[in-house]
Every structure is written in structure tokens, then in C-alpha cells.
Design a protein around this ligand. Structure first.
Ligand SMILES: [Zn+2]
Length: 93
């Protein structure tokens, strides 16, 4: 961890967005950096943050968040963000 504080939810959403965008459901969606960061920011706005300050704290929180029930719930937010950004992309033509 390079910063003094670290949002574990942010880490989780970044990796889940990568997985979703590579998946078969979102082949036709734009994969540019602008759309990707917009999807991540939009998802994070509708999810609780989980800040930690130590590596141990990060591992504990990550384990707590990394359950199939929670991932399903987070993925729902991500999928609505993918659709929203896909409908109103802010990237340059
Ligand atoms: Zn794009």
C-alpha cells in the first residue's frame, strides 16, 4: 500500500470491473480508459467505502468483503454502472 489509507472496496471494484468487461456479457461495450474509470467511479458512489491503514487491516476487510453473497451485490452495482456509461459515454468520439 503506497498511500496512508486504502479503500478496500475500491480495490475490489477495480478487479471486478476488469473481470466483467472481459466477460461474454459486455463484449460490445467500450473498453477505453475513460469509460473504465467512469464505471469504477460510478459503482463506488453507490457502495460503502472500507478504508484501512495497515496491510493486516486490508487482509481482514478483503476476506470479509470477498464472499459470494457480497460479490453478487457489488456486481449488481457494477453492471448498472456499465449500462449507464455505455448509454452515455463521456469519451471523445
Ligand atoms: Zn469509451
Amino acid at each position: 500500500m503506497s498511500k496512508k489509507y486504502h479503500n478496500v472496496m475500491e480495490e475490489l471494484v477495480e478487479s471486478l470491473v476488469t473481470v466483467q468487461m472481459l466477460g461474454p456479457d459486455f463484449q460490445v461495450f467500450c473498453k477505453c480508459e475513460k469509460c473504465r474509470t467512469d464505471i469504477i467511479a460510478l459503482s463506488l458512489n453507490s457502495l460503502p467505502s472500507h478504508y484501512v491503514t495497515t496491510a493486516d487491516g486490508r487482509d481482514n476487510v478483503f476476506q470479509r468483503l470477498n464472499t459470494s453473497e457480497n460479490l453478487k451485490w457489488v456486481n449488481k452495482r457494477i453492471i448498472s454502472a456499465i449500462y449507464l456509461v455505455g448509454k452515455y459515454p463521456k469519451h471523445d468520439e
